[in-house]
Design a protein around this ligand. Structure first.
Ligand SMILES: Cc1cc2nc3c(=O)[nH]c(=O)nc-3n(C[C@H](O)[C@H](O)[C@H](O)COP(=O)(O)O)c2cc1C
Length: 328
């Protein structure tokens, strides 16, 4: 142990292997909170991140919802951006080359209104260089089935995963919605349908109203809650998904600090994504990465892999032992 209480060791190994996807470290950005990467490149070196997960991309450009599209809430925010994006052709022509030039590891988040749209996107991106993986956002309305989100029904979630799986050889991440009764059921369905990795969670469905104007705070009325307010929900979902499947899991939801990220790794996530925190502090993701490294050094761990999934649930309450002993 060094004078400052830390272990004098060489830098801990931060590499993680998520099925077919090798990452230099487990800290990624979350889709929709980091633009196309370029917007943040004045603040941090994109190449340092485990991966940059870009804003959700659709076949055609989308203007998104009318304003107001964002409302602040205690310990979080509600958004109803409506998946605004430049569309796949402009993404490939204008955004991807910049990310390649910056040596960023790129994960492309895709969205569609039908299985065919998801499949067409995967096919369109298949031969583009500089894409490490696809992340399928299944929290989108299935237009053909009355607008129910793909991610809320195990059968539809599986179908969209299969459709993308057929068109891509790249590592495939399926991103789950927390707005379901049993997230483990959806997780098993997408694993059986061929996803390599599961990421969770997307935003939690919510609403905010103004008592003076008597109007909803979002033009869309409903929105998605993100930020620290959802961290316990996200942690619970990640824990349940890790128990339910054998594929690797990426934890997302309310991660602001390295300690938050460590909580997700502890319950078994192999990596994390930093979302709303980047909107508050653009440097959050690299600060979390630095904090993670400091923590591993302090704990004398040579690799982050030694920490992942090591939660001890044998004794849930520190006092239980005493209580039990007292009862004897
Ligand atoms: C403004 C905003 C836009 C988002 N856009 C997308 C998106 O396009 N695709 C997607 O899969 N998730 C999107 N998300 C969800 C985030 O990637 C993330 O899953 C969620 O915000 C929870 O993480 P956080 O609490 O760290 O923000 C968006 C979130 C926010 C706040």
């Amino acid at each position: 142990m060094g004078k400052d209480g830390t272990h004098a060791r060489s830098a801990p190994d931060l590499r993680v292997q998520l099925g077919p996807l090798s990452l230099k470290n487990p800290v990624l950005t979350a889709s929709g909170t980091f633009g196309y990467g370029q917007e943040f490149s004045d603040f941090l070196d994109l190449a340092r991140l485990g991966a940059v997960v870009v804003k959700g991309i659709s076949l055609e450009p989308r203007p998104g919802n009318p304003p107001p599209r964002i409302a602040e809430t205690p310990a979080g925010m509600l958004n109803a951006i409506g998946l605004e994006n430049v569309g796949v052709e402009r993404f490939v022509a204008e955004k991807l080359p910049y990310l390649r030039k910056r040596n960023a590891t790129v994960v492309v988040n895709i969205l569609g209104n039908s299985e065919e749209e998801y499949a067409a996107l995967a096919e369109r991106l298949e031969d583009e260089e500089g894409i490490a993986a696809l992340e399928v956002n299944i929290s989108c309305p299935n237009v053909k089935e009355g607008g129910i989100a793909f991610g809320t029904d195990p059968r539809m979630a599986a179908r969209v995963t299969e459709a993308v799986r057929r068109k891509t050889t790249r590592p495939l991440i399926t991103k789950l919605s927390p707005n379901v009764t049993d997230i483990a059921l959806i997780a098993r369905a997408v694993e059986d349908a061929g996803t390599d990795i599961i990421s969770c969670i997307n935003t939690v469905s919510g609403m905010a109203v103004d008592v003076f104007s008597r109007r909803p705070k979002l033009a869309n009325i409903l929105g998605g809650l993100s930020g620290p307010a959802i961290k316990p929900v996200a942690l619970r979902c990640v824990y349940q998904v890790v128990q339910a499947v054998s594929c690797p899991v990426i934890g997302i939801g309310g991660i602001q600090t390295a300690l938050d990220a460590l909580e997700f790794l502890l319950v078994g996530a192999s990596a994390v994504q930093v979302g709303t925190a980047s909107l508050v502090r653009p440097t959050s993701a690299v600060e979390i990465l630095d904090g993670l490294e400091r923590f591993l050094r302090h704990q004398g761990l040579a690799s982050v892999r030694e920490y992942i999934g090591t939660l001890d649930t044998s004794c849930r309450f520190p006092l239980a032992e005493e209580t039990c002993a007292g009862d004897e």
